[in-house]
Write a protein that binds this ligand. Structure first.
Ligand SMILES: Cc1cc2nc3c(=O)[nH]c(=O)nc-3n(C[C@H](O)[C@H](O)[C@H](O)COP(=O)(O)OP(=O)(O)OC[C@H]3O[C@@H](n4cnc5c(N)ncnc54)[C@H](O)[C@@H]3O)c2cc1C
Length: 381
């Protein structure tokens, strides 16, 4: 098998939100980088996942001149009356802070598609179908990342830094020795049945707290919604035929879902938080889901990925332009500080929205506490 060697400044493993945002930030800063993505372009551009960006995420993209990638997104403040919060079938409204209204509902596959388009348009080097990625010499001056390209040829990239942005199941994190890496995990003890359906969401987001459990409908584009139903972690998709999904949503919302349409996918996802530390090992830097998972109740997975990408991009720019490694040295602490702050908020929000509903998970005492917390989130509470 042939082996071809090339050089760049940063090899980015993974073309998800973190990797693509980082690639665009570096490209705009004139810093050479190559993004290696395992899957085909079509696959990543159609992969439905998250759909919400926090105000900081939107701001970061705009500050880097990438406002066009969120153009056309629906703002968090798009509903005149505010975001409905159904408590035991009664309509209340979410208390929006000044910050909340600057966020946006932006389906992840659309953000990814736009980031790819802009990166390639502006001359970025993005290689799809990069298989068997392997990291070598992370502790040396010149790490190498090897992979097999779509034609089956083995290629090697020498670089100054490796950005491990290949998600929770990626390979980058395995390059950190086990005795160096700490993993802190919290299991919430319940799951979400997440359901994609060809149904418009109007308003773009509705959350429901009910004695049968949490439920929600969030927009994923003009004619698509993701529905969520809290369920036991032992449930499987087989427990949830379509008819049961619609009936249960109607019960927890206090009224039938306005328009039923075809269900295109279902998945049972246990809710949990995970943080790996440190987020840097020698010349390898972990970004996004490669370093942490956050409860989807917080809808902050994409925003955390953008945060890491921005901090790392600024650190590389400082190093390359000024020879100052200060921001690279503080990368892990900076990102972990932010991550733990968001994890704390996510745990509070997840507990409040779930414990205040079906008491069979956490008990009556927790339900009373959660209901008190819920009052502080309701505009008319
Ligand atoms: C099914 C699902 C549903 C979700 N729903 C929500 C939600 O509703 N709300 C929310 O806030 N968050 C949600 N998330 C989380 C959110 O999608 C992530 O936090 C976000 O995608 C993180 O971005 P990332 O770039 O770090 O990782 P990813 O988006 O996972 O990107 C990693 C990229 O690396 C690539 N890759 C993996 N391994 C390799 C390899 N060996 N070599 C090269 N490339 C590789 C992958 O193909 C992928 O393109 C969900 C996640 C999943 C999986």
């Amino acid at each position: 098998m042939n082996q071809t060697a090339e050089d760049t400044t940063v090899v980015i493993v993974g073309g998800g939100v973190a990797g693509l945002a980082l690639g665009n930030f570096l490209l705009r800063s004139g810093i050479a980088c190559v993004i290696l993505e395992k899957h085909r372009r079509e696959h990543v551009e159609h992969r439905q996942r998250a759909g919400s960006l926090d105000p900081r995420g939107v701001l970061v993209l705009r500050e880097w001149g990438l406002g066009e990638v969120v153009e056309g997104s629906v703002g968090h403040d798009s509903s005149d009356a505010g975001m409905p919060l159904l408590i035991d079938g009664q309509r209340h409204f979410w208390k929006m802070t000044e910050d909340d209204v600057d966020g946006a509902f932006c389906p992840q596959q659309i953000l990814v598609r736009n980031l790819i388009e802009v990166f390639l348009r502006d001359g970025g080097d993005l290689r799809f179908e990069a298989e068997d990625v392997a990291l070598q010499g992370i502790g040396t001056e010149r790490p190498q990342v090897s992979y097999r390209d779509a034609a089956g040829e083995r290629r090697v990239l020498g670089c100054d830094f490796v950005a491990g942005a290949d998600g929770y199941h990626g390979v980058s994190r395995t390059a950190v020795p086990a005795d160096v890496l700490t993993c802190d995990t919290h299991e919430f003890g319940y799951a979400w049945l997440t359901v994609m359906a060809e149904v418009p969401a109007d308003p773009p987001a509705v959350l429901a707290v009910h004695s049968r459990g949490f439920a929600a409908q969030i927009t994923r584009g003009p004619n698509a919604s993701r529905f969520y139903l809290q369920c036991p972690v032992t449930d499987t998709v087989g427990h949830w035929p379509d008819e049961r999904v619609w009936t249960e949503l109607g019960t927890r919302f206090g009224a039938p879902v306005a328009r039923e349409g075809p269900i295109t996918s279902k998945q049972v996802v246990p809710l949990r938080g995970v943080v790996f530390s440190p987020m840097r090992h020698d010349r390898l830097f972990l970004l996004g889901d490669a370093a942490h998972l956050i409860s989807p109740m917080s809808a902050e997975g994409m925003s955390l990925a953008l945060h890491d990408a921005e901090v790392f991009a600024r650190a590389v720019v400082r190093q390359v332009e000024n020879g100052d490694p200060g921001l690279l040295d503080s990368y892990s602490d900076t990102c972990l500080g932010h991550t733990w702050e968001r994890q704390a908020a996510a745990v509070w929000m997840t507990d409040t929205m779930h414990d205040s509903g079906d008491a069979s998970y956490a008990g009556g005492f927790r339900k009373r506490i959660a209901r008190r917390n819920l009052e502080s989130m309701v505009a008319d509470g």
